[in-house]
Unconditional design. Structure first.
Length: 315
């Protein structure tokens, strides 16, 4: 493309040459193997980083919660619930965690694969998928760390906890039962829920992992489609291109907003998770491509340690 001829990539001395992928590469076992080895040498560190982030997220997710929160149960012995926003029924999730993760990764990957019928660039495919996985992985790590250190009660927390105030006297490990104004504040010591994993899940509402993953993936896909279809460019784009580019944002909103129907999250959990997802999507896309909004360059995939020189006439 014309804009590529006015760009210069500067590589470090140890930069691995980018091999070309042609039909001959597919037809020859030797050529395919050589290309695979070259791909490993170029992308091994990105794969390692994604794997490390995923492993760290899993380890932190399975760790005990760092903080103990208090919650009120009744007021003056009347039986009135002080915080009804935590008293919703546990209806189950409309979109399970595994399905949310699958939708957030699989659909964007399929779209990036389909885009190759037009793009026809193996390194665009590589960067598109690696950047997508990094976006979801980094967003997941951030929200898991916040969940473990900060957390918060889900709208159905009391239904899962099944509090019994009579347990406070004999089971007061935290020393935070019957405290606060008129001694109405209690801790999870009074919960009768036998499933510790279910109880922990009910205490890790903030921020929303569903929202983080959805926006990390679909905002990334939004930026990818914008770069390929040139919706923000120096000409009037076709209306179908605008609709297609914005479709991922609708998908992210549907996943996030479904959490208000099944009362799996509070509204502020969803907003915080969405903000994390949007931020990591922008950072991840810029880490794999030459620009985010500049229509002249935002479709160009970069390899690790690539430096782009934008000539004065490009300004």
């Amino acid at each position: 493309m014309q804009q590529q001829s006015r760009l210069q990539k500067i590589h470090g001395e140890d930069h691995e040459p980018v091999p070309k992928f042609t039909r001959d590469t597919v037809r020859s076992v030797k050529a395919s193997w050589e290309f695979f080895l070259a791909w490993i040498r170029i992308t091994w560190f990105d794969i390692l980083v994604n794997s490390a982030i995923g492993g760290a997220s899993l380890g932190i997710y399975n760790a005990p919660l760092a903080a103990t929160r208090n919650f009120p149960v009744t007021f003056n012995g009347s039986g009135d619930i002080v915080y009804p926003q935590f008293a919703y029924p546990d209806r189950g999730w409309i979109i399970d965690t595994w399905l949310s993760a699958l939708l957030s990764v699989l659909i964007p990957i399929v779209v990036i694969l389909l885009a190759q019928f037009r793009v026809k660039n193996i390194w665009d495919l590589n960067n598109g998928i690696i950047g997508l996985i990094f976006s979801v992985s980094l967003g997941t790590l951030m929200q898991v760390v916040i969940k473990q250190l900060i957390g918060g009660f889900r709208p159905y927390f009391l239904a899962v906890c099944m509090p019994d105030i009579s347990r406070a006297a004999a089971n007061n490990r935290t020393g935070l039962n019957a405290v606060g104004f008129q001694q109405i504040m209690y801790s999870v010591d009074i919960c009768t829920q036998p499933d510790s994993a279910k109880l922990k899940n009910a205490m890790t509402s903030f921020p929303s992992g569903h929202s983080t993953a959805a926006f990390a993936a679909y905002v990334y896909l939004f930026l990818y489609l914008n770069a390929k279809l040139k919706v923000w460019a120096n000409y009037r784009p076709a209306l179908w291109k605008i609709a297609l580019t914005f479709a991922p944002l609708l998908g992210a909103l549907l996943i996030a907003c479904s959490l208000t129907i099944d009362q799996a999250h509070n509204w502020y959990d969803i907003v915080a998770g969405s903000a994390i997802g949007i931020a990591v999507a922008f950072g991840s896309y810029r880490g794999c491509y030459a620009a985010i909004w500049d229509w002249r360059f935002n479709h160009i995939p970069l390899q690790r340690r690539d430096q782009m020189v934008y000539f004065p006439e490009d300004a």
